[in-house]
Design a protein around this ligand. Structure first.
Ligand SMILES: [Zn+2]
Ligand SMILES: [Zn+2]
Length: 326
């Protein structure tokens, strides 16, 4: 048996920025005949928990914020797409016989950038760039690269995508029942944006980011002062190079949903807890009250968490097993 604090930390499945909650959850017995609330069956008080608070996964989708939670999101998205292609998780298996198209759309060019030509020839700068070379995707000549257009394109990517998918659906309606379109790749993975908003432009100078990212962020910041671009809230999104987060669409009939996958996971956790604590009676009344008390782990908790291997049964936990059994 793990000491209490380790057990609590291992329940986070590697989340490094958990949400901390103060409060309690009390379970009462209910008389099935009279409906009266009876004895306290179980009481969980945050003060009695090893960390002094209830810790809940942050569920952030960004790797730079929380690698473990972003990984769960990535796997959910993977399952969502694959179930739509081969069935499973409530999607009939005959979808596997449907024709499918994988289309890749490329954003417009804002100026020549360092790349790896498929011909095997070197980049225009004369270098054979390694596929992990940070220069890839950055401008050959930053002074002629259209930074303003790049930021404005990022800022409009969401609405453009929505409009595109609306028209596409209209064009292909009949065959469109199972269309899924995904655009979850954030610009930050390519360019290296920041994981939190900027408060002052002056912060930019101290940040450890590429010159290209710095210039995109600075451009977003300055465009953000323009009255005619106010609605794009470019300062609030400057750290994302103008992008307002991930966006994705899928038709309702394509595959399962991220919500269903999350519910399945929560159900699985409840089942695990019930297996550990004995089954909950059907007739209980639960009173819970939780208040936000902060985020993250203390230094000691972080150190302990880092020493933990994934708890048995939580590796590969996301959804696969869960969905197959239902
Ligand atoms: Zn997390
Ligand atoms: Zn180059």
């Amino acid at each position: 048996m793990l000491p209490g604090i380790l057990r609590q930390l291992s329940g986070l499945g590697g989340c490094t920025h958990p949400i901390r909650l103060d409060g309690h959850r009390t379970e009462y017995d209910v008389d099935t005949r009279t409906g009266e609330i009876g004895n306290v069956l179980h009481r969980l008080d945050s003060t009695s928990l090893p960390a002094g608070q209830l810790l809940v996964r942050c569920n952030n989708r960004r790797t730079t914020r929380c690698a473990a939670c972003a990984e769960v999101y990535r796997r959910d998205t993977f399952h969502l797409i694959t179930s739509g292609l081969r069935g499973g998780k409530g999607t009939p298996e005959h979808v596997a016989t449907h024709p499918r198209v994988f289309a890749t759309f490329t954003a417009p060019s804002f100026g020549p950038v360092h790349n790896r030509p498929s011909s095997g020839r070197p980049c225009r700068c004369g270098t054979h760039h390694d596929h992990e070379d940070e220069a890839l995707g950055s401008p050959l000549d930053p002074d002629t690269y259209d930074y303003e257009a790049a930021v404005l394109w990022n800022a409009h990517a969401g609405p453009l995508w929505r409009r595109f998918s609306t028209y596409l659906r209209r064009e292909v309606a009949a065959v469109a029942a199972y269309i899924a379109k995904y655009a979850t790749k954030g610009a930050e993975t390519a360019t290296g944006a920041l994981d939190r908003p900027l408060k002052f432009a002056a912060e930019l100078a101290q940040l450890d980011i590429s010159d290209h990212a710095r210039r995109l962020i600075r451009t977003a910041w300055f465009l953000g002062a323009r009255k005619d671009l106010e609605h794009l809230r470019l300062r609030a999104w400057a750290h994302m190079l103008g992008f307002r987060g991930h966006f994705s669409t899928k038709s309702r009939r394509y595959s399962t949903t991220l919500g269903a996958l999350r519910d399945a996971r929560a159900e699985w956790r409840r089942a695990q807890a019930a297996a550990a604590n004995g089954p909950e009676p059907d007739t209980t009344y639960v009173l819970a009250h939780w208040v936000f008390a902060g985020t993250g782990l203390s230094d000691a908790e972080a150190w302990l968490a880092a020493s933990l291997e994934p708890a048995p049964g939580t590796e590969g936990e996301p959804t696969w097993t869960v969905g197959e059994t239902s």
